[in-house]
Ligand binder design. Structure first.
Ligand code: SF4
Length: 189
């Protein structure tokens, strides 16, 4: 699937309006900690590639955060490679595909990891707090929590999408990049 290119200067705004909670959470944690572990770098990095961040902008994006924590030299030595790798520029030159909801929901994040699906992997308290930060109202939050209790994580994400965009999403959410492109279609028809 092809996406129009997005520019680095718009990314903070896009994260607020059009990232699903899984990506929004990792994005916020990266900005807060200036670091993400491997699982997060893969999940968020491939998503950003999918939304149309080109390789140079992706390197600038990760460099700006990581260099605050590990320094520029270590970033270039240890982390830049994986980013180029995700874009198929290193190693086997495989062009890696962004992860689907199914793959993310099936992942098993450990302590200190921020990847995974918040509907599946957050505690109820953390999920409620995250939904409230996103601007989901309390009635919609209860509907979301009901779906989560029944393990319908993608339906919970779809309800979040509908609450935030004010329109139905009949197809349902099955991919974070689909969440993004559907959101952009509504916001910029
Ligand atoms: Fe992300 Fe999919 Fe979970 Fe939504 S359902 S938060 S898009 S993994």
């Amino acid at each position: 699937k092809e996406y129009a290119e997005i520019s680095l200067k718009d990314i903070d705004q896009l994260a607020k309006t059009s990232f699903p909670l899984c990506m929004r959470h990792q994005f916020d944690k990266l900005k807060e900690d200036h670091h993400l572990k491997h699982g997060g770098r893969m999940q968020l990095g491939l998503f950003l590639k999918g939304v149309g961040l080109n390789l140079d902008d992706a390197l600038a994006f990760w460099r700006a955060e990581f260099s605050k924590k590990v320094g520029l030299e270590k970033f270039e030595k240890e982390y830049a490679y994986t980013i180029r790798h995700n874009y198929g520029k290193e190693g086997k030159r495989t062009d890696y595909t962004p992860y689907s909801c199914y793959k993310i929901i099936s992942s098993t994040p450990g302590a200190g990891d921020h990847h995974g699906c918040p509907y599946r992997h957050f505690s109820e308290e953390n999920l409620r707090a995250a939904l409230s930060r996103m601007g989901v109202n309390s009635r919609a939050t209860e509907d979301v929590m009901n779906k989560v209790r029944n393990r319908h994580y993608q339906v919970a994400c779809t309800l979040t999408f509908e609450a935030l965009h004010g329109v139905p999403c009949d197809a349902g959410i099955n991919h974070p990049n689909q969440y993004f492109s559907d959101s952009q279609k509504i916001l910029h028809p």
